[in-house]
Design a protein around this ligand. Structure first.
Ligand code: HMH
Length: 207
């Protein structure tokens, strides 16, 4: 039996919970997040998504053709997402031309390094990154404006379906993977859990 995405979630419940739940999200839900904290997250997440777009493109380049359809859908959606971030930043009069904070920098470097990893590792990493936001933004319950729009971007049912398809593709890739590659995929899952946790915390730091 090969490793599956569901098994990773089941095996590390605490580490995963730390990736997807944070005072940042609870404060958004309660409406008590400080605007400068939210804005820090917003700008840094835009910088993350730029690196994530490159990561998606690398994944496509490594993928078997039967996985193209889902991945091209993801790349298409990210075109809209980049523009949406630019619009949100403008509304809030935020400059996007700022340095990456350490947690954002580390996440970007980690994704860039996965370009050389076997495809099953990249597929698990992509699924983990997307399901992290899909779950994180839904966990606190229905959010009020202005945060509802953010929660719905990653919590909506279409995005949830996309995440499911990414999980299926990652599972399929793992079926043909050696034990060493499966271990690498597990390590990637754990690393992403940590990077996600640190990313939320970043909103509380001003650099
Ligand atoms: C930090 N993780 C982070 N930002 C995102 N936008 C996503 C995951 C989902 O793409």
């Amino acid at each position: 039996m090969s490793l599956t995405c569901q098994q990773l979630l089941d095996k590390y419940p605490q580490k995963w919970k730390a990736a997807i739940s944070h005072p940042f999200l609870d404060n958004c839900s309660a409406g008590t997040i400080k605007p400068e904290q939210f804005n820090t997250w917003l700008v840094q997440d835009y910088l993350f998504v730029i690196e994530f777009t490159r990561f998606l493109a690398q994944g496509l380049a490594s993928a078997p053709v039967e996985h193209f359809d889902v991945l091209l859908g993801g790349l298409h959606a990210i075109k809209d997402e980049l523009q949406w971030f630019q619009t949100k930043a403008k509304e809030r009069q935020l400059s996007l031309d700022v340095p990456k904070q350490a947690a954002c920098q580390a996440y970007g470097e980690y994704m860039a390094g996965l370009a050389n990893a076997p495809y099953p590792v990249q597929a698990v990493a992509l699924w983990a990154i997307e399901i992290a936001y899909n779950q994180a933004w839904q966990l606190p319950g229905k959010m009020a404006a202005p945060y509802l729009e953010f929660a719905e971007r990653w919590g909506n049912s279409q995005f949830s379906e996309y995440v499911q398809l990414l999980g299926k593709q990652a599972d399929a890739a793992l079926e043909n993977a050696t034990p060493q590659v499966q271990q690498q995929a597990e390590d990637a899952f754990l690393k992403i859990a940590e990077l996600e946790k640190d990313f939320w915390q970043m909103a509380y730091k001003t650099e």
